[in-house]
Design a protein. Sequence first.
Length: 233
Amino acid sequence: MGWGRDGQGWREMAWLYNWLNLAYRFNSGNAYTGNIYFDWWWRDGFGTHFGAVSTLGDWNCEPASLGYCPTSVMPTNADFVGSQTQSIGDGDSVFTQKLSLDASKDNGTGFSSAVYQARLWKGSKVSGPATAYGSLGWYNTTVGRTQGWHHSRIVVGPLSGSTNSVAFYIDDMTNAQLIGTSTVATYNCLELTNRMHQSSNANYYGGMPNSSTGYCATKYDDISFGSMPPSLL
């Protein structure tokens, strides 16, 4: 499964939160339990330009995530529940697992705006150069923030008891920034996030801010999700 481009620009744009019900769309209503990957390109228009979220400065909080939502939110027989078309929330109050990568929305103590972040919410680190901060499973990677297109990938290994091995890659698809153990080994949802704000006419992002709020839509490209043979993990 994938979305893409013709080599000349973007095809998919995310505004605030966008979800895809993987179980319903691709797995006969069943959540995935392992041997899967989520791969995408995304454009960072801000790089290291960063200001306080509380004062609506220039900030970039746009992680993409692979996770699990209860079936009361992500049903097995439909894209969403009933006539639900509004936001299902800001993740932590709804999801029971989130594997995230790119620019963290947790800007608390220990956060570095100079690098990108990975998130292993329910689980623990095994190896890799990324360093933990806060209490919500976020890690600062060693990949510096730069303006332009970036390549990200999350790989989930086979189910082992009730856990998975998971690996997070940014730009370098050979050396993982974070390898860990996921303790909630079910996945039924992709989330594409945009919480990017441009405070002025600096035009870091390429000229697409909402003129009244300063919020910008994130550019995504070549998004793919699929299964991986166990021998390749």
